[in-house]
Design a protein. Structure first.
Length: 476
C-alpha cells in the first residue's frame, strides 16, 4: 500500500470512529440516545456467567456483556451506616461522597443525576425499592415510583412489578422525547425466594463454597452483629452457606429473566437500537466469604459491583480501570453531550470507554463508618481497622480472594506505606476526618451472640410471610 493510500485509509478510519473518540454519542446522531439504567441490590461482581462464574445462569446479562463494555473494578465508595444501599444510591445520584452531606441523604438542592438528564432534554423515570432508600433526589425525576415488593419477592417474583410498569411506560410514553429510565431493583437482597423453575436450576449440595469461606471472621471488624450478619448462625456452617448461595443464585437468575422480558419489550417498541443499557448494583455481599454475610466490610466481595455499558456506539471490551459507581453520573452526562456539573467528586469513565485513557485514577479508596478504611491500586490493597489498630495487606493479583495478610512482612513495607499515604491524601480530598488508629484500641476478639441471643435478634429483623407458597427451600 502506498503512503497516499495509507493516509487515505487512516483518515477514513478516523471519520468512521470519530463519534466515539473525543465526542458524545448524541453529537454523532440526529436523535438522542435513550438510557436504560438497571440497578440491583446486593449483587456481587462475580455473579454473571459471562464474567467467569461457571455455575450461575444469567443469559440476558451475558448478552449485555458480550455486546458491551465491562468495568472489572467498579466499587461502591462505602457507607456511613449499616444500610450501605442508602449511601451508595445517594452517591450515585449526587456524584458526591457522603462526607459532603449534612444529613443521611445527599442534598436535592445540589447538582444531581435526574436534573442533568432533564437539562439534556430527557424525560426522567424512576421506579425502585422503597425500604430505606427513599431520598429527596428521587423527587427530581419526572416520574418517580416506589415499590414495596417484599411479598411479591416472597412469592418468587423478584423485579416483576418494576419490569411490568417499565414495559407499560414504553408503550405509552411520548415518542418524540428520549427517556432516561432508572430501575432500582430490590433483589437479590433478602428475603430471597425465586420462582420454582429457577430454584430447581441449582443443586444445593453441589454449589461450591467461596474460596475465602470461613466459619467465623477471625477478628472484630467493628460491625458483626448488624442485621445482615444475623441471617446465618455463628459459626457459619457449610450447609447453611450453600443454602444462602442457592437462594441467592436462583434470585439473580429469576431477575435476569425479567430483565430479558424488558429487553424484548424494548425491541418491540423499536427503541432497542437507540438505547444505551447500563447494568450495575449498589454493592456486593459476603454470603459466607470471610465468615461474613453482609456488605458491611471493605473486602472485594462486598464493595465491588458489576458494571456494564451496552448499546449503540459502545465498543465491546473490558477494562481494569479503578472506578466508583458514582462515576456513572458524569459518564452519562459526557456520553450524551450535556455539561458535567461543577463540584462533583466523581469522574467520567467515558474516556476509558472510548479508549482515550486507560484509567482515571491511580488508587481507589473506600470507607465504612469510622471502623474501616481501605486503599488499593492496580495490584495491592490495604485495609485498616482503626478501632482495633489492625491492618491487612493483600496482593490482589496472586490472592484475589484476600486470604493471605502480608502486612508486617518487611518485603512488602513499601506497598503498605504507599497505600497508607494514598489513603491519607484521599481523606483530605473528600473531607474524611476519622482517625486511622486509636490511642485506646478495643478488644479485637469477636464475641459471637449465643444461640438464644441470635434468635432474639433475628426475630426483631426478619419479615413474616403472609401465607405459605410452593417454593424449594434448597433441601434436596
Amino acid at each position: 500500500m502506498s503512503f497516499r493510500c495509507r493516509v487515505s485509509f487512516a483518515l477514513l478510519l478516523m471519520a468512521c470512529f470519530s463519534p466515539l473518540f473525543g465526542s458524545s454519542l448524541n453529537a454523532a446522531t440526529k436523535e438522542k440516545t435513550n438510557i436504560l439504567f438497571l440497578f440491583t441490590d446486593d449483587q456481587r461482581a462475580d455473579t454473571i456467567h459471562a464474567l467467569g462464574n461457571p455455575l450461575i445462569k444469567t443469559p440476558h446479562l451475558d448478552q449485555l456483556v458480550r455486546s458491551g463494555f465491562v468495568f472489572n473494578n467498579a466499587y461502591c465508595l462505602g457507607s456511613n451506616s449499616g444500610a450501605v444501599c442508602v449511601c451508595s444510591r445517594n452517591m450515585l445520584l449526587s456524584g458526591r461522597t457522603y462526607f459532603r452531606w449534612t444529613g443521611r441523604y445527599a442534598s436535592a438542592d445540589k447538582p444531581n443525576f435526574p436534573d442533568s438528564m432533564k437539562d439534556a432534554g430527557y424525560y426522567t423515570y424512576h421506579h425502585g425499592k422503597q425500604g430505606n432508600t427513599a431520598a429527596l433526589i428521587h423527587k427530581k425525576f419526572d416520574t418517580t415510583k416506589y415499590v414495596n415488593d417484599q411479598q411479591a419477592r416472597l412469592l418468587g417474583q423478584p423485579g416483576q412489578e418494576i419490569v411490568n410498569d417499565a414495559i407499560q411506560f414504553l408503550k405509552t410514553r411520548k415518542e418524540d422525547q428520549p427517556f432516561f429510565m432508572y430501575l432500582a431493583f430490590a433483589c437479590p437482597h433478602d428475603p430471597r425466594v425465586a420462582d420454582q423453575e429457577y430454584m430447581d436450576l441449582y443443586q444445593r449440595e453441589s454449589i461450591p463454597l467461596p474460596a475465602n469461606y470461613l466459619p467465623l471472621h477471625p477478628f472484630n471488624n467493628g460491625e458483626q452483629v448488624v442485621r445482615d450478619e444475623l441471617l446465618a448462625g455463628f459459626p457459619r456452617t457449610k450447609s447453611e452457606i450453600r443454602k444462602h448461595l442457592h437462594d441467592y443464585y436462583a434470585d439473580i437468575t429469576g431477575l435476569d429473566g425479567h430483565i430479558g422480558r424488558l429487553l424484548t419489550a424494548l425491541k418491540e417498541s423499536g427503541e432497542y437500537d437507540n438505547t444505551i443499557i447500563i447494568f450495575s448494583s449498589d454493592h456486593g455481599l459476603a454470603v459466607g466469604s470471610h465468615g461474613l454475610m453482609g456488605k458491611q466490610s471493605l473486602y472485594e466481595h462486598s464493595m465491588k459491583s458489576p458494571l456494564i455499558f451496552s448499546g449503540p456506539g459502545i465498543p465491546q471490551g473490558q477494562s481494569d480501570a479503578l472506578v466508583y459507581l458514582y462515576d456513572i453520573f458524569p459518564t452519562v452526562c459526557e456520553m450524551v453531550g450535556t455539561q458535567v456539573p461543577q463540584g462533583l467528586d466523581s469522574q467520567s469513565m467515558w474516556p476509558v470507554i472510548t479508549g482515550e485513557q486507560k484509567q482515571t485514577r491511580e488508587t481507589l479508596c473506600t470507607a465504612y463508618k469510622d471502623v474501616q478504611r481501605s486503599a488499593r491500586d492496580g495490584r495491592w490493597k490495604l485495609i485498616t481497622y482503626p478501632q482495633i489498630n489492625k491492618t491487612q495487606l493483600f496482593d490482589l493479583q496472586d490472592d484475589p480472594a484476600e486470604t493471605r495478610n502480608l502486612f508486617g512482612n518487611p518485603d512488602y513495607q513499601q506497598q503498605a506505606d504507599h497505600l497508607l499515604t494514598a489513603l491519607k491524601t484521599w481523606q483530605k480530598e473528600v473531607g474524611d476526618t476519622d482517625a486511622l488508629s486509636s490511642t485506646h484500641p478495643q478488644d479485637p476478639t469477636f464475641k459471637a451472640p449465643t444461640a438464644e441471643e441470635l434468635k432474639e435478634l433475628q426475630q426483631r429483623w426478619q419479615p413474616k410471610k403472609k401465607k405459605k407458597h410452593a417454593v424449594n427451600t434448597g433441601d434436596k
